[in-house]
Design a binder for this molecule. Sequence first.
Ligand code: ATP
Length: 381
Amino acid sequence: MNARTSTRLRLENITVKFPGVTAVDNVSLEVNPGEFFSLLGPSGCGKTTLLRTIAGFYRQDSGHIYFNDECIDRIPPHKRGTGMVFQNYAIFPHLTVWDNVGYGLRARKVSREEAARRIQAALELVDLVGLEKRKPKQLSGGQQQRVAVARAVVIEPHILLMDEPLANLDAKLRIRLRTELRKLQQQLGLTTIYVTHDQEEALSLSDRIAVMFRGRIAQLGTPEEIYQDPATREVFEFVGEGNYLDGEVTEIDGDSVVVTLSTGDGVRAELGGRSGAGRPLSKGTQVVVSFRPHEVEVVPQGAHGDPPGENTLRGTVQHLDYLGAIVRYHVDIGKGMTLLAEHYTAQGVPARQGDQLTVRIPPARVKLFDTDGMRIRGRGS
Ligand code: ATP
């Protein structure tokens, strides 16, 4: 099966409006040939609208879409050469697997021999050989999803567009099929746009991700950049668990900043690395101290003496979630603030409900956001 591997997608200032709502608001981006690119965001952020606009089902109110250097604004959906996979698969219940996969080829008037060759190749690709004569209702959810994928790739699309294709499957199958999808996409070298609200799916599948809120792209980057170096609090919150502690800047020494929380505890943040054009930081600025629960270290009682050392916070375990590989503590640190801390159970379960727990926050892991949710960065080296 030959995909047309070299398609680059370029969106230039795309805006799509519905009565009373701007679903996509001036979005520009470029997807490289062969790239697996995800649109990630909460329900209603405009990702499906953007995908359907690329497919041609919606016409943008302004902006332009290019496949390689060709502007496709006026090309109707069936001539754009996009393969679509939907959440509900949208396969025809009355057609066999073979006829479902071949549907797009008949519509494109591909000869019978050529169609048979391509259907066979597509079925081999998604591992459905032997099930050609079955109807969709005789297939499992995972098999139906593979029919939908085979049907989309058999037409040798310029670009593969997928809208939450795994959402209807159970958790284990979803993880297995996402590995399969990624392998298939790499094998075909097919430029792929993938819509999801599941951050883990986007992080694990994608070369790059655009995180969307309210019709706009909040951040575009590799999974690592999105997770480790969020541009805003909203992005940080959407892609994983986090701690958000209010405080005031009390010390600034280059990129080393101390924030004093309302509990009186000082938390040092090392803001080295990428510098940003963020607002100037001065003593007295109100900020939010953030870090992931798994980034803290539980300090064993007594091991670091008393007091427990710099960047430690201490409190009472309100409750704990035992999750097998990890235990997640909800620690009351006073003044109405709760801290989330995770610990690998392979290293034991150091505290129970009602116990005191001390955690250390590595200064380089601390992120600061201003009260508008914008990231505060260091000046860089
Ligand atoms: P979900 O994950 O729930 O599908 P989404 O991020 O894909 O969400 P869209 O379906 O693109 O979001 O919707 C973006 C906004 O546009 C929402 O406010 C939605 O209500 C609105 N919208 C989407 N489709 C239409 C339509 N056909 N007519 C009117 N409004 C629409």
